[in-house]
Write a protein that binds this ligand. Structure first.
Ligand SMILES: C[S@@+](CC[C@H](N)C(=O)[O-])C[C@H]1O[C@@H](n2cnc3c(N)ncnc32)[C@H](O)[C@@H]1O
Length: 335
């Protein structure tokens, strides 16, 4: 397990499992059941690559692991709800004031960028991504560009606020992305990363290493390292922000239980959404990692996933959760 697996007092306060005999531990929350969201994203992806029955980005093909089809876009929009519910509707936790020029790197469906543009009508928001999966109709102060964040950044003017969310699987060297962001900010501007620790953690009772869900997560982490894109870097973001020169760096941690096992309506809602999110993420991850990297057959991978891993998502006494870190800092006025 990662070196962050021992739950701190803060985690214990945020995530309190319902007692076993609690009547609502496994039920829907106030009638809430998850229905797949529909996205208004257009379907004419310029180029795409098909594999395992899913489509993937064509530009710089193979760089990013997860698909870009409608199913994945729905998952990203659901994940956006997880972030906004956690933050009680706030799109940014940094004290950003009224930024005029805003960049959202690896924007995905662009849902954060569009909502930000609506909430901050005086801002000009640019979202970039490898995949052109953003809608055609967007707020007038929002625009999207296809760009690889690992390439040199050539923006004509600096930004007041740069945001990156759910990017733990994306970069070979996230520190270099933080450096590019620093270089592309105005003095006094903020960078904010909102990202989860991986592998996910468990509240007690800790599952044994042979637990299929735990071993799945650890194998995925090993594969990420093997392909040169470690998924375990979020724990270093705060230190990297500070080393690069950001001031007043903060890291706020929020928690997403997987399944409706934690006390409180908000936690239960997050638990249902996060479980749905992971149900849709695990299969494409397994196909890419287990089949392509470890050389398992598709059949063996699917069987392991369907029969051993998935049934543990939200299972009784399996208290898996994700720690989501909101890391932000300010570029000095006199860098
Ligand atoms: C998990 S999604 C997160 C999307 C969005 N930030 C959000 O929170 O909804 C990761 C996104 O990063 C994009 N991505 C991955 N590597 C990238 C890169 N090197 N440059 C730009 N975008 C990248 C993917 O195409 C995908 O849309």
């Amino acid at each position: 397990m990662s070196d962050t697996h021992v739950p701190e007092a803060e985690v214990s306060n945020a995530l309190i499992p319902e007692s076993d005999d609690s009547s609502d531990a496994d039920s829907a929350v106030g009638g809430l059941t998850y229905a797949s969201s529909t996205t208004s994203a257009r379907s004419d992806v310029y180029t795409s690559v098909e594999e395992f029955g899913r489509t993937y980005h064509g530009y710089k093909s193979g760089k990013y692991l997860l698909p870009n089809d409608e199913k994945e876009r729905d998952r990203l929009d659901l994940q956006h709800m997880l972030f906004t519910i956690s933050c009680d509707g706030a799109l940014a936790l940094a004290p950003i004031g009224k930024p005029r020029r805003v960049l959202d790197i690896a924007t995905g469906t662009g849902i954060w960028a569009m909502e930000f543009a609506e909430q901050y009508p005086d801002a000009r928001v640019t979202g970039t991504d490898l995949s052109p999966i953003q809608p055609s109709y967007v707020p007038t102060n929002c625009q999207f560009e296809i760009a690889d964040a690992e390439d040199e950044w050539n923006f004509s003017r600096p930004f007041d606020y740069i945001h990156g969310r759910a990017l733990l699987t994306c970069f070979a060297d996230p520190r270099s992305i933080i450096q590019k962001a620093y270089d592309s900010l105005t003095p006094g501007g903020y960078l904010e990363f909102q990202d989860g620790l991986f592998p996910f953690q468990f509240m007690d009772p800790q599952p044994p290493p042979e637990n299929p869900l735990r071993s799945f997560l650890e194998t995925v982490a090993e594969c990420g390292t093997k392909i040169g894109r470690p998924w375990t870097n979020v724990q270093h973001y705060k230190r990297w922000f500070e080393e690069i020169g950001f001031e007043d760096v903060e890291e706020k941690r929020l928690y997403w239980p997987c399944g409706p096992w934690a006390k409180g309506d908000k936690m239960k809602k997050l638990g249902i959404y996060f479980m749905e999110d992971m149900k849709h993420a695990f299969e494409p991850v397994a196909m890419k990692m287990f089949v392509k990297i470890l050389g398992w057959s598709e059949e063996k991978t699917k069987k392991f996933l369907d029969e051993e891993v998935m049934p543990l998502l939200g299972a009784r006494k399996t208290y898996m959760y994700e720690t989501v870190c909101f890391t932000y800092g300010r570029k000095p006025l006199n860098p």
